[in-house]
Design a protein. Structure first.
Length: 132
């Protein structure tokens, strides 16, 4: 009969911050890199990380790059507390992505870190202080 029907399907999680778990339990420092962090989407729908703000203390180094799941998602040269507008990291539902590294301008041994991830929908995930 020529009738069409349109159905909107949401492929992304609502309140994306409730879906993202940042696991720092395996984090370690190797020279100027933080290694071993993972981002886990615990929801069945997609979640997107849009920005990452990292703080560290003492603050004698700058953040230079972030690599997630084998892809460089950000490069620059920022001080502690500056937001890195990363290439959106679209994590499929029920999937874990390794954060291959956060690279700094020099050795970071003895430093402690926090992160605030802003999701595509504007919600945030705060990662408390850890000292790998």
């Amino acid at each position: 009969d020529g009738t069409t029907k349109v159905a909107n399907v949401n492929l992304y999680a609502t309140s994306m911050n409730t879906c993202l778990t940042v696991d720092v339990s395996g984090a370690s420092i190797s020279g100027s890199d933080i290694l071993g962090q993972t981002w886990i989407n615990t929801c069945p729908l997609r979640a997107i990380v849009a920005t990452v703000m990292t703080t560290w203390s003492p603050t004698s180094r700058n953040l230079r790059s972030i690599v997630v799941n084998g892809t460089t998602v950000w490069t620059g040269n920022v001080t502690s507390g500056t937001t890195a507008d990363i290439s959106d990291v679209d994590i499929p539902g029920s999937t874990t992505y390794p954060v291959n590294r956060y690279r700094f301008s020099g050795g970071i041994s003895g430093k402690c870190f926090t992160h605030t991830m802003t999701m595509w929908d504007g919600t945030t995930v705060n990662v408390g202080s850890y000292c790998p």
